[in-house]
Write a protein that binds this ligand. Structure first.
Ligand code: TMP
Length: 212
């Protein structure tokens, strides 16, 4: 695969979306044309699944929830991510398979091996080049982001398990996952992210030579 897949992970309220857009802006200033997607979502089917998953009135078992997140992902991987990466694009993804491991595995308590196996099926082995785990304490995440969607109603203990789950995932794959203290000011967080991303970029001139 010629392109670069960069994913952003963390609790809601950790500042992922701000960082995705800040990085996209910087890449654009250098002549790259990054593709920005969010999970679940970014394809018509995946957005419909997102709507179902976040509907506060929906009754969804943990297993069904995990399969739905992965169904949305399978559609995104096959129709957007793989084609983009094959043509050399830089893709910035607001959440990816690590979210399912953290939320449905560690958070909901589904067996981790089962979740990893389903993630593998949905992604068909597509692994991010680089993942940023933006870590904030649950309390701060709650202060920054309050919503009443189905996932957000899960309660404090759930989010503590998700946060600890992310640390466990990161411990297992230190070469791919960069943990960042996201309680720091957004511009400092961006500077740290940029220091990592720039090492994966070809020279700036390549942006006009087919590397997007
Ligand atoms: P977002 O608010 O970051 O767009 O994500 C939507 C919600 O879905 C958020 O609470 C995290 C949750 N989620 C999972 O539980 N599992 C997943 O695999 C993904 C992608 C998101």
């Amino acid at each position: 695969m010629k392109g670069i897949l960069i994913t952003f992970e963390g609790l809601d309220g950790c500042g992922k979306s701000t960082q995705v857009h800040r990085l996209a802006e910087r890449l654009q200033q250098l002549g790259y044309q990054p593709i920005i997607v969010r999970e679940p979502g970014a394809t018509p089917l995946s957005e419909r699944i997102r709507h179902l998953l976040l509907d506060a009135s929906a009754d969804i078992t943990p297993l069904a929830e995990m399969l739905l997140f992965n169904a949305a992902r399978a559609q995104l991987v096959d129709t957007v991510l793989r084609p983009a990466l094959e043509t050399g694009s830089i893709v910035l993804c607001d959440r990816f398979a690590d979210s399912t491991t953290a939320y449905q595995g560690y958070g909901r308590g589904l067996p981790i091996e089962l979740v990893l196996a389903c993630n593998q099926i949905a992604t068909r082995g597509l692994t991010p080049t680089l993942t940023f785990f933006l870590d904030v304490p649950v309390e701060l995440a709650f202060q920054r982001h309050r919503s009443s969607d189905r996932m957000e109603r899960a309660g404090r203990d759930f989010f503590e398990r998700v946060r600890n789950g992310y640390w466990e995932i990161a411990r297992r794959q230190p070469e791919r996952i960069i943990c960042i203290d996201a309680t720091r000011p957004p511009e400092e967080v961006h500077t740290t992210i940029w220091e990592h991303v720039r090492q994966y970029l070809p020279s700036e001139a390549s942006a006009s030579e087919g590397f997007y």
